[in-house]
Design a protein around this ligand. Structure first.
Ligand code: BGC
Length: 911
């Protein structure tokens, strides 16, 4: 065998089901994928081989038994589905990938693992357990809760139930080989074994449509379980399952159920090969006398440290006063393995400023609008002293918290001190969207080291970043990224602060392309798409929000269409064929639903709560134009999806339908001079982006769009749907100058305007705050909404220049096409695609443009270098005509175009 060092090629970032070393998957044929890298040009694997082994337990512990060998094959997509025999439950599988390079040399083998969960619902012997409703009356509402301060009770419509503490003691007799905890809740849980907190996930088990699917998590607890006496324990809070969700008040159990419950199954494998299983059942005992008195995602939390239960989750604690639990007869059918990474605390912010506003009352400014909660250190408090934390995104003109825009979300955490010299408090089952925290009742002077902002979000690994020469643009990029993190909290939400925080579909679809550059959101979105599909209405309509709560109606144009658009984008960016094929029948159902009710092919019926181009400025794009444009677009995408899935007949059928919708669109809305009904920016953008105009009218429509923007002083008027298309369409049609003018604009309405007002996240509305009117109506004014941040895609794709061919999936056919412009004199970006790392960096130096590009092995790239003199372009200092590793292509005027396979290429071109 050739030593590995002789080849430069290697695999990295091995993932199973789009996750790194997932513990507890339940896909019968998991997807295995990897990225490739090499420092040599033109490198690519000529064949690859994947081997999967199973780890055996018992006396022969950790022997690896071969279960599948893909054999040497051409695997150009860097991914394949496991093709061996049925997988066993609770089993760790190792897998490795080895490749042969161009010289047929072997690469070093690169390995990873995945572990299965409980693959069959009858393997659950645990029962759902909870507080016995008859055992004792609901625990005392916290009498000392200052309702005047928090205004909570009025919004709750019910008595306050306490969080539930649950425990079970057990003995492990024999030496332990390994231990796994399979656990979930109706509500939220934190689990403990022998006093140790298990896992680093927050807000577990996450939010799904609990009626059809409840995710369970699996933890490796080998280090926590001991031979001898043990305690397994959990605390439960209400969360999305039985707490408040969405706007307005809520009645007990309105959404999913009225009480929180736990299910837990602990499997201990012994060295001998035997196993012991400890499950949630009627032997558990519960208490509601613990310190966590109340917890709600929107309202906040109440923690009374005078009630601390000491070593309640440890062996030898006296649980004799605890109440036997109620065992429910709910089955296990809804339990599914977790599909994505949980919410985690990923960053910690110290205040940049602390102001004392009254005795014992401080306002801490974290310098960044963030999502998560506060970790507070309290010194020298007396037992019973109460510290109240309130959260806000903005201050009002008096320097006080501006909380009106939170609507009925009290976002208030209350800590009652135990009276120790130093106490640390961090809420468990809530999160807030805030930059400012008011700390009232703090016993001493609040110092920066006493308070930390704990940043929380679904832990999607970062995969890309753009940086430019322009500070405003960099701030915009930062705002987009912070908005993405803060709003990806188990589901893609609209906002993190007010009483809403719902998975609005349009927000998600317009932002998806940006999100997928910033982070690996494959697992996050494929999991959420299950809720979108599950939550369809009987008519076949996709919903407005998923999980579908509060807003129960059929999805509106551009909203419901996310059910078609996102699976298609998952396929394009991540080659996720499984999700596309899972969603395909629902995608077809959506189109047929609209078609059935709109046989004239103009979408006017069944438009749900038609939002138009939501939050556009001073204009109204005709709603029939928006709806019909989306009808055509989604129908084309269904046709493309059918094609990609090899469903020829459907591809033809939907192409024909889409062509007919387009023809009707032109007939109804497009004048012979290229004017689109309504004459709004969004009308032109939809028509151009979705390819709805006759070729002959495209340039007239572009001119109309351009003069509309110019007549507003280079300002936009687009809302959620139009804004995502604005800069891309202008650039694709030769008006990058205008796209840059909009990018650099700092007058209202613009991205720059909000930044000039100190925005550190993307605002919901262009006029969230204006000189003329101050704050917009608090009825709807979030300062952390990602939808208008959908310009991020253009910053990656056109400013930095990282793109792929329209027919490419997973960046196998990369397109590098930076479009320098505006005030930006350099830009650089990296992006970890499915294929591997892509980089593009350009800079203007005098009369020259420099462009350095990295293309991963196995990809082909078309590189477009903007230049006035294509013949004078140099690559690595040599004329391109002499360069060996690139093929010069026919180029349009003002451009040098070549094709390369992998490697790093450095161009220099006259401007
Ligand atoms: C949400 C939006 C959503 C919209 C629907 C708002 O309340 O915050 O982001 O898309 O409703 O119009």
């Amino acid at each position: 065998m050739t030593p590995a060092s002789e080849t430069e090629l290697s695999a990295y970032a091995l993932r199973c089901e789009y996750r790194t070393c997932p513990l507890g998957i339940d896909a019968p044929r998991p997807r295995l994928s990897w990225r490739t890298q090499s420092s040599a040009r033109g490198d690519h694997p000529t064949s690859s081989r994947v081997i999967v082994t199973a780890q055996s337990l018992g006396p022969a512990a950790h022997t690896e038994l071969p279960v599948w060998d893909s054999g040497w094959a051409d695997i150009p997509d860097n991914s394949l589905l496991y093709g061996g025999g049925p997988l066993n439950s609770s089993t760790r599988y190792g897998w490795s990938i080895q490749m042969r390079d161009r010289q047929r040399r072997l690469t070093a083998s690169c390995s990873s693992w995945f572990e299965t969960g409980l693959l069959h619902s009858d393997e659950w012997t645990a029962r759902w357990i909870g507080w016995e409703p008859e055992a004792t009356p609901p625990v005392d509402p916290p009498g000392d809760w200052d309702l005047a301060t928090t205004g909570l009770l009025g919004h709750l419509n019910r008595r306050l139930p306490s969080c539930t503490y649950l425990v079970k003691s057990f003995v492990v007799e024999a030496p332990i080989l390994r231990a796994r905890l399979y656990i979930s809740a109706h509500g939220l849980y934190q689990a403990f074994i022998n006093g140790h907190r298990i896992g680093d996930g927050e807000l577990t088990p996450g939010w799904t449509n609990y009626r059809s699917r409840v995710q369970y998590q699996v933890y490796d607890v080998t280090a926590e379980v001991v031979q001898g006496d043990n305690v397994v324990a959990a605390v439960l809070g209400d969360g999305w399952y039985c707490g408040r969700v969405g706007p307005g008040g809520r009645r007990l159990g309105e959404h999913y159920g009225s009480r929180h419950e736990l299910i837990a199954q602990l499997r201990v494998d012994h060295v001998s090969g035997a196993a012991t299983t400890i499950v949630s059942d009627n032997e558990w005992v519960a208490s509601r006398s613990g310190p966590l008195r109340f917890s709600d995602l929107l309202a906040g939390e109440y923690f009374d440290a005078t009630r601390l239960l000491g070593g309640w989750a440890q062996a030898n604690y006296d649980h004799s006063g605890w109440t036997p639990v109620a065992v429910s007869d709910i089955g296990h059918e809804t339990l599914v393995a977790t599909g994505d990474e949980p919410v985690r605390a990923t960053e910690f912010l110290r205040p940049v400023r602390i102001t004392q506003v009254a005795p014992g009352r401080f306002i801490a400014d974290l310098g960044q609008n963030m999502v998560g909660r506060v970790r507070l250190t309290v010194h020298g408090a007396n037992a019973g002293d109460r510290v109240v934390l309130r959260h806000a995104e903005m201050l009002d003109q008096d320097g006080c918290l501006y909380t009106e825009n939170l609507r009925t979300a009290a976002a208030t955490d209350i800590y009652v001190a135990a009276g120790h010299p130093v106490e640390i408090y961090e809420p468990q089952f809530t999160f807030h969207g805030f930059r400012f925290v008011e700390v009232a009742g703090y016993p001493q002077e609040l110092r920066p080291e006493d308070l930390v902002g704990v940043v929380m979000h679904s832990d999607t690994p970062r995969t890309g970043e753009v940086t430019t020469s322009d500070d405003l643009v960099n701030q915009l990029l930062s705002n987009i990224w912070w908005g993405q993190r803060g709003n990806f909290v188990s589901v893609p939400t609209d906002c993190p602060q007010r009483d809403e925080r719902l998975g609005w579909l349009a927000d998600a679809q317009v932002f998806f392309p940006t999100a997928s550059f910033n982070a690996d959101v494959a697992a996050f979105f494929r999991r959420w798409m299950r809720d979108v599909v599950d939550d369809r209405l009987p008519s076949g309509a996709f919903p407005d929000v998923a999980p579908r709560v509060v807003f129960e109606r059929e999805g509106a144009p551009g909203w419901g269409d996310a059910g078609v658009i996102i699976p298609w984008q998952l396929f394009q960016i991540y080659r996720d064929r499984e999700t596309l094929s899972y969603c395909f029948p629902a995608m077809v159902g959506w189109i047929e639903h609209i078609w059935r009710h709109n046989p004239s092919l103009i979408w006017v019926n069944r438009v749900g709560n038609h939002y138009g181009d939501w939050l556009q400025v001073d204009v109204e794009t005709p709603r029939d134009v928006i709806a019909t444009a989306y009808f055509a677009h989604s129908t084309y995408l269904v046709a493309r999806a059918a094609e990609a899935l090899g469903r020829r007949e459907e591809a033809d059928r939907f192409t024909m339908l889409a062509d007919n919708i387009r023809a009707r669109y032109i007939e109804e809305f497009v004048a012979t001079d290229g004017a689109v009904l309504g004459d709004t920016q969004t009308g032109y953008l939809l028509s151009l982006a979705f390819g709805l105009l006759p070729d002959a009218l495209v340039s007239a429509a572009v001119d109309r769009l351009a003069s509309n923007i110019a007549s507003r002083g280079n300002r936009l008027s687009t809302g959620f749907l139009g804004v995502a298309l604005l800069c891309p369409v202008l650039t694709d049609h030769g008006r990058a100058d205008l796209a840059y003018a909009l990018l650099h604009q700092t007058e209202y309405p613009s991205w720059g305007y909000a930044i000039r007002r100190g925005a550190t996240t993307i605002w919901e509305r262009w006029d969230g705050w204006t000189e003329a009117s101050g704050f917009q109506s608090p009825a709807m004014n979030s300062f952390n909404h990602y939808a208008l941040g959908s310009i991020g895609e253009w910053l990656f794709r056109c400013v930095a220049g990282i793109d792929q061919d329209t027919e490419s999936a997973g960046y196998r056919r990369v397109l590098i096409r930076p479009v320098p412009g505006g005030k930006v004199t350099w830009a650089k970006a990296w992006f970890e695609s499915e294929q591997g790392r892509i980089e593009s960096a350009w800079q203007l130096r005098g009369e020259l443009l420099g462009l350095t590009v990295r293309i991963p092995p196995g990809a082909m790239a078309r590189i477009c270098v903007p230049t006035s003199a294509p013949d004078a372009v140099l690559e690595s200092g040599r004329p391109v005509t002499e360069a060996e590793d690139l093929t010069v292509c026919e180029s349009p005027p003002g451009m040098f175009v070549c094709e390369v396979s992998s490697g790093v290429f450095s161009f220099q071109a006259p401007r």
